[in-house]
Write a protein that binds this ligand. Sequence first.
Ligand code: GLY
Length: 387
Amino acid sequence: MKKMMILLSLISLGATAQKIDVNKQFALAGQQYMRMLADHPDTSKTIHSAKPDGTYRDLPSSWWCSGFFPGSLWYLYENTKDVKWEKSARLWTAAVEKEQYNKGTHDLGFMMFDSFGNELRLTKDPHAKKVLIQSAKSLASRFDPKVGLIKSWNSFKGGFTYPVIIDNMMNLELLFWASRETGDPTFHDIAITHADNTIKNHFRSDYSSYHVICYDENGKVLVKKQHQGYQDESTWSRGHAWAIYGYVTMYRETKDKKYLDFAQKITDFYLNHPNLPADKIPYWDFSAPNIPNEERDASAGAITASALLELSTYSGAKGKRYYADAVKMLESLSSPAYRAALGENNNFLIKHCVGAKGLNSEIDVPLVYADYYYLEGLLRYQRHNKK
Ligand code: GLY
């Protein structure tokens, strides 16, 4: 009887015990990123991916991904409290600073909030605050009230001059922060208008998403297109992951239930899709033509895992499913199927990502943002289990 009681309590402990050893994963990440830093003695080019010939694909700070490597260094610092990571994170964050004046891109949220935003959160450095306010001003300059959306790119094939991509949802968090910080409601209002028009035009009735919507100068939809995914009427997996993360953020920032409801609906499209594999890491497009013989996009898996961990906390009974699926995604990403061994994968953490198969670019490679959202997801998972 006593033995049976011990067994039962062990089983119930097992059911609630953490499935992923977050500190172990961070220790591995630290070793891998020490190698990455040793290979990159200067910060003039930002760490992005690897080329087919096995060399690094490093790009200038104006590239939309320049905030992710510094952001990952900040997450390493957050987990370990080791000052060596703070030192590296400050150095790599400073390398992005000049982009605060860049009005040629909508990606300033990614670039500045993942670098300087994490610096501010973890160090309270007033300089980071100044940089972020200027970044929000530059981003807001791309909003035209007649269109009601932030312009993503300056042009798109076919002669379109006001393209908006679903990824743009990720840049709104910077605007909410700027409104709170400055007391100026303009940033907040831009974010709301952009998100509402995106709900109106960027989704189909089954809550799947388009990648690119091209508008005219009065905000009329001209065409709905694909760019990085398979076809105009398919759903590009990472684009949909950006949408999920973006509307979870909208709910966090506004507490307006309409965004929570919408975040849940687009999440359910993703989780219930018949083409989502058992390990919950999607193919690069939900309708890629040769599934199951298509590449996975682990970056979409990492972004979604992190978003679902937050969504689970807002979703009552439904939250259990979001949490369980997020944990499954993180478990998959932490397994040798996706998690690089020491020294492998050009020292990135996550393998098997796709940048844009439709453009024959970055197919089955590491991508710096997969690492960033994987580390963020691990931290959220750890916080969730400490509650
Ligand atoms: N924001 C571009 C991408 O997700 O590839």
